[in-house]
Design a protein around this ligand. Structure first.
Ligand SMILES: Cc1ncc(COP(=O)(O)O)c(C=O)c1O
Length: 459
């Protein structure tokens, strides 16, 4: 069956609304993105998505940061075509192949110290699968049962991953998630969780963390692991201060606590370094990787410090640990990221976008803070008509943030929100976005912002 041909002849639904109605009939109520981005995608190339009505959109969601090289990058497509024509196997459980061998060598080389001290664990295909594996491994290594996580962290939707995720809404519906999870406050430049702010707030959080671990009367047993994102994505694009990260690394090492860095979203050049933890110069014990590493196809892995590879053979398995096509797409993606120096380009373009957004902020005070690293940017939307708090931060305006997203959609710009109640507008464009497209992004964003303000602030 030739899919593209059959779709052209059989499918007569020509508008977004028809497809969305049918999707509503076919699929569970759980679907999420179509509620905010009501389109049916017909085609996609680079940073562009075209819907079934022929409308084009600049895609700054990019598969929630998965599509580092954008849609259907010619080199990724060529490597997939080549793979399919080669007779190589599509599925091999965790049996090795020459492709897997080459992919493993390429990926390991990107880990700290060229991966000398690390080994890889291929997990089930989603980021959450790899998070589950990391938590289990930390418990296996240490013989301990508790996990420390941070407010605003996002690690996935399976029972263990959700247990270490900050957002309470999806947790409240589920009883008895993985026990033994303790949350601590994550630094926030605009809304310091201790109400102190600035460097003093970060110092206080560092002190609090150390005290929490070292105080024999803190009330909790030493944890097996600390899990965190170096730049929180879903939590509202919150970069961790480097000093805070280094202090967490120091304390965890001292007490034999495994440090798990979740690089599912921030990894692979997005923040202007290959991994976001590199900004702090630390080496994690376990690195969780997914999204971009599969070049747009499902893959998730752990990078494990060899000394902590305590798994017994078969102690953590899964049918889909050997997605060979994802390895082909992933290997090409990693190669292009390096050859085209997209790490440095992400930093440059990100700095330019941040600068432009900061200029907009001067004219539109509803843009409370512009933050992020590289091409992982967030704009916290506030109600500047209200009274600021003691740290000069205005109350969140999630309603305006939702309206901005909606108007961005109408102006041909796809983006997602994150943060508390979705009050942060997030930009995760493909890393191949060029200067002209960046300028267009800013222009469309401003038009959408004006329309949203007119809608909600007119009175
Ligand atoms: C930091 C982080 N960890 C884990 C996950 C979960 O990945 P998946 O949705 O593939 O399970 C995500 C997904 O967005 C993420 O951003």
């Amino acid at each position: 069956m030739l899919i593209a041909e059959s779709l052209q002849s059989d499918h007569i639904y020509r508008n977004n609304a028809d497809y969305l109605t049918r999707q509503g009939k076919f699929e569970s109520n759980v679907r999420s993105y179509p509620r905010k981005l009501p389109l049916a995608i017909a085609k996609a190339e680079g940073v562009w998505v075209t819907d079934v009505e022929g409308n084009t959109y600049l895609d700054c969601l990019a598969g929630a940061g998965t599509l580092a090289l954008g849609h259907n990058h010619p080199e990724v497509v060529a490597s997939l075509n080549d793979f399919l024509a080669s007779g190589m196997p599509m599925h091999t459980l965790d049996l090795t192949t020459p492709l897997k061998d080459a992919f493993s060598e390429t990926l390991l080389h990107l880990l700290p110290g060229n991966g000398r001290d690390y080994c890889l664990q291929f997990c089930g295909p989603s980021g959450a699968d790899a998070v589950e594996a990391a938590l289990k491994l930390a418990k296996t290594v240490t013989g301990r049962s508790n996990i420390l996580s941070f407010s605003g962290g996002y690690h996935g939707m399976t029972h263990g991953a959700l247990a270490v995720t900050g957002n309470a809404a999806p947790k409240n519906a589920i009883h008895t998630l993985m026990p033994g999870v303790q949350f601590l406050p994550y630094p926030h430049e605009y809304r310091c969780p201790l109400g102190i702010g600035g460097e003093a707030g970060v110092q206080a959080l560092m002190h609090y963390f150390t005290q929490f671990i070292e105080d024999v009367e803190s009330g909790v047993s030493l944890p097996a692991a600390v899990i965190l994102e170096a730049v929180q994505g879903e939590g509202g694009v919150n970069p961790a201060p480097s000093g805070w990260l280094r202090s967490i690394r120091e304390v965890t090492r001292k007490h034999g606590i495994l440090l798990i860095l979740d690089e599912v979203q921030a990894g692979f050049a997005r923040t202007g370094k290959m991994f976001a933890f590199e900004h702090a110069g630390i080496e994690p014990d376990i690195i969780v990787m997914s999204k971009a590493v599969g070049g747009g196809l499902p893959m998730a892995l752990l990078g494990i410090k060899r000394q902590f590879d305590a798994w017994a053979p078969g102690a953590h398995t899964g049918t889909f640990r050997g997605n060979q096509m994802a390895m082909a797409a992933g290997m090409t993606t990693l190669e292009v990221l390096q050859r085209q120096a997209l790490t440095a380009q992400a930093e440059r373009r990100g700095n330019w976008l941040k600068q432009q957004l900061t200029l907009l902020q001067q004219r539109y005070p509803a843009l409370g803070q512009v933050r992020g690293r590289g091409l992982m940017l967030g704009i916290e939307i506030v109600d500047e008509r209200q009274r600021p708090d003691g740290l000069h931060s205005y109350p969140m305006d999630a309603r305006l943030a939702a309206a901005i997203q909606q108007h961005c959609f109408s102006h041909g710009l796809l983006l997602e929100r994150g943060g508390r109640n979705g009050n942060v507008v997030r930009l995760l464009p493909p890393l191949i976005i060029d200067e002209e497209q960046c300028a267009l992004l800013i222009a469309r964003f401003e038009q959408a912002l004006i329309a949203a303000l007119a809608q909600l602030r007119a009175a």
